[in-house]
Each structure stands twice: as C-alpha cells, then as structure tokens.
Design a protein. Sequence first.
Length: 203
Amino acid sequence: MSADSRLLPSYADLSIASPAERRSFNALVDALRDAQEAVTRSRPSESAARRAAALLSEAAELLGEGVPDSEQLAGRLWDEPGRAQALAPPLYIDDVDGTSARGRVTFSRFHAGVRTVHGGALPLVFDEIMGRLATTSGKPFARTAHLTIDYRAGVPVDTEVEVFARVKRVEGRKLFLSSELCLDGTVLTECQGLWVQIREDPR
Ligand SMILES: CCCCCCCC/C=C\CCCCCCCC(=O)SCCNC(=O)CCNC(=O)[C@H](O)C(C)(C)COP(=O)(O)OP(=O)(O)OC[C@H]1O[C@@H](n2cnc3c(N)ncnc32)[C@H](O)[C@@H]1OP(=O)(O)O
C-alpha cells in the first residue's frame, strides 16, 4: 500500500527510517510472517524441524540484542500492513478520516483457533483500526480503555474480510467507537470500544 498522508498520524518518529530502510525492514517482517505461517501449517520431520529451528535461531542472532524501543521500527511503519508488527494480523487501512475508517485483512492459520479465526486475534484488528481512528486527523493521543466483542459467526482463514469503524460520540476525553468485520456484506464480528485521551501525548 502506498503512503497516504491521511493514514499517517504524523508522529515525529515517521522520519526515523529512510525509504530504503523501511522497504528492507518490511521485507524482513513479511518473511517473519511467512515463517510463522509455515511453522503453523507444517508437520515437519524431526530433522527438518531441527534444521528450521537452527536457521531461525541464526536469524535472531544476526539481528542481535536490538535497539531501545524509541528507535525500533516494528509497530511504527504506519503505512505498512499491521504497522510492520508481526503480532498484528496484516490489516490494510485503506481509508481513515476524522470519523470513520475502512480496511481489509486476510487471516491465516497462524491466527486460527479451530478452523476459524481465534477469538483473541480479532480484537487485535479492532484495536488497531479503532486506535488509528481515535488518534488520527489531529486528535490527541488516546488509549484503549474498554472493548466489547460480539462473535456473531466464525471468521474464515485465507479469505479477505472488510473492517469498518466509526466514532459514535465524544464526551470530553472519552471517544466511543464501534467497528465490525464483514464478509460479503454479512457482519461476522462486532466491537464497541472506549478510547480515553491521555493527559500527556507521547508523540
Ligand atoms: C514514542 C513512541 C510514540 C508512538 C506511540 C505509538 C502507539 C500507537 C498508537 C496509535 C496507533 C494505532 C495503533 C493501535 C493503538 C492501540 C491502542 C492501545 O492498545 S493502548 C494499550 C491498551 N490500553 C492501555 O494500556 C490503557 C490502560 N489504561 C490507562 O492508561 C488509563 O486507565 C486511561 C488512560 C484509559 C484512563 O486513565 P485516566 O487517568 O486518563 O482517566 P480516568 O479518570 O481514569 O478516566 C477518564 C474517563 O474515562 C472513564 N473510563 C476509564 N476507563 C474506563 C473503562 N475501562 N470503562 C469505562 N469507562 C472508563 C472514566 O470513568 C472517566 O469517565 P468520566 O470522565 O468520569 O465520565
């Protein structure tokens, strides 16, 4: 997805990576996602499992101890799916303005429970899209205070689903948001959320 100024919360830390560094880091996160999915889908022989473990350990060793979190890139590349954070399902936020947001996500078996998407993985997507909506378009920084999820129907893996979110009302520092995940116009999961604007903005 190309960078779009409406999608970027204008955090100062956006400038911490050059375009080339962003591209190479994002390729690393993509490879990590592929590895997570491949491990989940596999039933390797003993030797293949040991060899794969050694390769993954070698990659971790290559990356070393890391940098302070104020310098890390994971979770801070706003225009990349899931903000280049491999925990988050790869959510593409296609549009966000002051009052609503729209995105797409395809869950894979890594985020699945029994056949359908794990009930703990779905809030990751809601928190992400509503968090973006709550903090973008010049709004002060806010934190998730409360989420309520209604699981209406199982969410299939390997299938692109749409996610919609909107600001329902604002009361002082409190933002009440709602969101739903849909497939072919049918709501599969709904979420109601409360974000509270914090007194000191960390951006
Ligand atoms: C250097 C790097 C910078 C970059 C940073 C990047 C970050 C990415 C950001 C954005 C991009 C989008 C990516 C996704 C983002 C996801 C967001 C998260 O997941 S945030 C993590 C999970 N959430 C927490 O850890 C909150 C923990 N809780 C708190 O910190 C506090 O409890 C907080 C801020 C929520 C409220 O604390 P108070 O002291 O400011 O305010 P009080 O007085 O307690 O509450 C204010 C009002 O809200 C109500 N309230 C508070 N909590 C409530 C609750 N759980 N249920 C109902 N009402 C609640 C209260 O009753 C009060 O209401 P009345 O004003 O009296 O009407």
